[in-house]
Design a protein around this ligand. Structure first.
Ligand SMILES: Cc1cc2nc3c(=O)[nH]c(=O)nc-3n(C[C@H](O)[C@H](O)[C@H](O)COP(=O)(O)OP(=O)(O)OC[C@H]3O[C@@H](n4cnc5c(N)ncnc54)[C@H](O)[C@@H]3O)c2cc1C
Length: 476
């Protein structure tokens, strides 16, 4: 490891900012982060997600000394406590039965708050080791005269900057331009950074984000949404799949911040056909009689919503390699994929941000003091590829029907979950906990959870057949 090396990070999302903080903590003094958004305060509206930072994400935040910050930028929760307010205005508050009682305290935080927290941590550093370049995008990667990669960055005025970094980190998300440009590097094997994609029932669902005020009254009732640290769920009056939906208002740490609600539905949902703000307000007013929609959703918010292009959940996928050494043998650039650039999937298990932060935590454990970092990055890649593949397979199979796109499959999932949970309590040496609970244990590697899940799935296939065979034998 040579701390005089130049580190170039593409993307100042959660993984890019966290990577900059980690490399600065490791002593690197020349770190540049390039971000295409206009400034740190530019929070893309259709990415106003709410994250649950679990034990996996917390490992890195602890390492960076940011747990106190997380406590003020997030809402601590041990169980998933939510108040459901039905169309008739009645309400009930319950702890979700599918949350593991033994998991560590987790923190709800908005993407906006997480980014602000990491940005402020960068700003607090007094050693000038990290330079943030907002309003700049990666445009090309070629070979520099010194044998390293020559990375060209362009700002919104088309002014170019060039870098020849020792380390290049692709933290630019699912559609990573860094990954794509590196794939086009002359000597790069075709499939090196290819994304291996898997089918999933939740991939290809569409989403948009709607902002609700943090607190408000319920129509014609005494009850109020008056606790910004509480999660609220508002089911609609509709039963038909193409009209039914629910609004999930996750907790927000700041009483004055909006609650961003992710609306996730199939391609043929009525919502996606609405083109005018008034049509949206009419539809929501009819769907949610418990809410005073015209007062909760301004015309401006409704216009923004209908004009946004709906996002589409990606297929669960991971890159076939995470590391490449490009340029001349004696003066290479070491390139690594981190976060969504390395593995991406629908948010079924809430592991996107957490696994991105975990990538960095794991990376540090492979970084030694030797001058050539190649071996460290290769060993990291070897370990993390196995975990990425297991993670993607878990997301593909563990809970993809949670968006109620197929109510009977959702019911089957609940029955299987309850049955397995009960059998595990009776026969813990034979039946594992349901995988949805296992992933909440941040100490378990994804590969181990996948093995346990596969074993129990086999038992669930063979046990009924064995029981049937036994009954037939007894009846003979
Ligand atoms: C609807 C939805 C809900 C989600 N909910 C959850 C959840 O509950 N929990 C969870 O853990 N995860 C969730 N995720 C996933 C999570 O958002 C991602 O896993 C996480 O954002 C990955 O972080 P990242 O920094 O790797 O990538 P990103 O967050 O995508 O950041 C990439 C950054 O790079 C910048 N960039 C891109 N290209 C360039 C370029 N060419 N030049 C310069 N900059 C560039 C982008 O502007 C962006 O700031 C959700 C995702 C979706 C779509």
């Amino acid at each position: 490891m040579n701390i005089a090396d130049k580190v170039l990070i593409i993307g100042a999302g959660p993984s890019g900012l966290a990577a900059a903080l980690l490399f600065a903590d490791l002593g690197y003094q020349n770190i540049t982060v390039v971000e295409r958004r206009s400034s740190a305060k530019d929070f893309e509206k259709n990415k106003a997600f709410t994250y649950q930072i679990d034990g996996r994400g917390q490992k890195l935040l602890k390492r960076l000394g940011l747990m106190k910050d997380l406590e003020s930028f997030g809402v601590a929760n041990k169980s998933f406590h939510a108040t459901t307010i039905l169309p008739d205005g009645s309400s009930k508050t319950i702890d979700s039965p599918i949350i593991d009682k033994d998991r560590v305290t987790c923190y709800w935080t908005t993407r906006r708050n997480l980014q602000t927290m990491l940005y402020q941590a960068v700003q607090r550093r007094t050693d000038d080791s990290i330079k943030l370049l907002y309003d700049h995008s990666l445009s090309s990667i070629t070979e520099a005269e010194n044998g390293k990669a020559l990375v060209t960055i362009t700002d919104s005025q088309d002014t170019e900057l060039q870098f020849s970094p020792d380390i290049l980190l692709a933290c630019d998300g699912l559609t990573s331009t860094t990954r794509k440009l590196l794939s086009d590097w002359p000597a790069m094997p075709d499939s090196h950074f290819e994304m291996k994609k898997y089918e999933s029932p939740s991939a290809k669902l569409f989403y948009k984000v709607l902002n609700l005020p943090p607190n408000f009254s319920i129509k014609g009732q005494q009850s109020e949404v008056n606790d910004h640290r509480m999660a609220y769920v508002f089911p609609s009056i509709h039963k038909d799949r193409t009209k039914a939906m629910a609004l999930f208002g996750f907790p927000v740490a700041n009483a004055e911040h909006p609650r961003s609600v992710n609306i996730i539905r199939e391609a043929d949902h009525h919502l996606w056909t609405l083109k005018e703000a008034d049509d949206l307000i009419t539809y929501l007013t009819e769907a949610f009689p418990q809410l005073d929609i015209p007062n909760l959703i301004s015309k401006e918010e409704a216009s923004d919503f209908v004009s946004l292009t709906a996002g589409k959940f990606p297929s669960p996928q991971h890159a076939l390699s995470l590391y490449a050494r490009v340029g001349r043998e004696e003066t290479p650039t070491h390139c690594l994929l981190i976060g969504d650039a390395a593995h991406a999937f629908p948010p079924d298990l809430g592991l996107g941000v957490n696994s991105a932060l975990e990538d960095l935590y794991e990376l540090e454990t492979y970084m030694t003091d030797q001058a050539d970092i190649s071996d460290d990055f290769k060993r990291y890649e070897q370990h993390r590829l196995v975990e990425s593949e297991a993670l993607v397979k878990l997301v593909q199979t563990v809970f993809p029907y949670q968006y109620n796109q197929s109510p009977w499959r959702m019911k089957m999932w609940v029955i299987r979950f309850l049955l397995q949970h009960t059998l595990h309590k009776l026969l813990p040496w034979f039946i594992n906990k349901p995988a949805f609970l296992l992933v909440q244990n941040h100490q378990l590697a994804y590969s181990r959870i996948l093995r346990q899940k596969t074993n129990t799935d086999r038992v669930f296939v063979w046990l009924p057949l064995l029981l049937l065979a036994a009954v037939i034998l007894l009846l003979r």
